[in-house]
Design a binder for this molecule. Sequence first.
Ligand code: ADP
Length: 217
Amino acid sequence: MRIILLGAPGAGKGTVANLLSEYDRSVQISTGDILRAAVKEGTGLGKQAKEYMDRGDLVPDSLILRMMEERLQANDCKKGFILDGFPRTIPQAEELKTLLERLHLTLDLVVNLEVPKEVILDRLTTRRTCSNPDCQTIYNVKSNPPTRDGKCKVCGWPVIQRDDESEEAITNRLETYNEKTTPLIGFYQKEGLLKNIFSLNSKETVKNIKKALTAGK
Ligand code: ADP
């Protein structure tokens, strides 16, 4: 399958993409994960992207497009891909369209994950991450807390709130999503590719996406 997942930060794109990739071996491509790995490795891309990411701003289109043009032509994409976090702006969507035309590829579906705002806010503000760069286990202060003194259960390092998970950065990420990314819903509606899916449960959502794929939309 070749699909795009749209949805606010915290909507569960990563979890859904991961489940979908297990189902038919299409590769999950998360621009957020690629960028975080680049920051961790201290590459040129990582150094340029870090300050935008920490503030909850989008990384400039030119950087993202260069990175994705290369990624989408890698061998593992031949089996199909699930894009999680890209495109995120109209220029990115337009460039992706041109690139796919050049590669003679078509998209099967663009899924817009609809999740109530209260659920999104609750998920984002309760998330914590292990500060050990080689561990990075994710916790949730309500449903899956770290040890009582705030340490990682896997490696013992302190569990922290990531820079982009401060209240200020979260507010900024959500505003940026509304302003820059929601116009993509109309863009893909016009292309006849959009499917809105109300999503609270990732497994249920995956079932609905499979149904939409077999129905041809
Ligand atoms: P979330 O969807 O929770 O905001 P991601 O892991 O998808 O998180 O992305 C983390 C950060 O990486 C974003 O806040 C942004 O700074 C950057 N980023 C990821 N994908 C893109 C993209 N397609 N365009 C611009 N910036 C991006």
